[in-house]
Design a protein around this ligand. Sequence first.
Ligand code: ADP
Ligand code: 5GP
Length: 209
Amino acid sequence: MNHAEPFLLLILSSPSGAGKTTLTRKLQERFPALKFSVSHTTRTPRPDEVHGRDYYFVSRSEFDALVDEGAFIEWAEVHGNCYGTSRVEIERARVEPNCAGMIFDIDYQGARQIRAKQHDAVTVFILPPSMSELLRRLRGRASESEEIVQRRFKAAMIEIAHYGLFDYLVVNDDLDMAFRHLEAIVLAERSRRFRRADLAERLLRVGQL
Ligand code: ADP
Ligand code: 5GP
């Protein structure tokens, strides 16, 4: 009998700087069977970013061609750049042995578009403990100019205003506590009845023999 974990689509969104990347990396260490969905973007890479690991970095014309081909399950313009999730990423993960799902680090527009197609996707919005702490974290990242920091800080209000699209709100004040909440969400979602009903039905069929 197959006791493999059910396949989970876990979407994480937050205003820029709230800690999504940090939490996503910790989640991947804890749940290596959850594959990180690598998005395409027209943004230029930050010094520590690797093509194919953090993003597929493409030109605007390459991105537009992918949109025209219908390659993206969702895409959006965020902070002046284009970002998209390719359908192939999800299709590949679904058939990959020992893959128990995917983690998406995408904005609220992408969360809404995936939710419209994948009804069982789980959506989590990460909140900063305060706006002043959000600004401090944006500045602390040091890879961006003050102009970009201010642009992302202003956009935070628009993103937070969309919290209603999400199943869970996790406050990232203390990092370990925020991580424990995320871990609890993954474990609880794996135990949702509809994700385990197949196993229950199989047990019943065997029992009838
Ligand atoms: P995002 O991916 O949401 O833009 P990052 O994960 O890059 O955010 O985090 C932004 C900055 O805040 C980073 O310098 C990170 O180390 C820091 N950070 C993340 N979570 C916390 C936390 N709970 N407490 C203090 N600093 C944090
Ligand atoms: P960053 O430039 O800081 O890596 O990401 C900026 C924003 O774009 C973040 O809110 C991030 O979640 C979002 N983002 C990253 N990839 C995608 C994607 O494929 N689709 C959408 N809609 N948003 C994305």
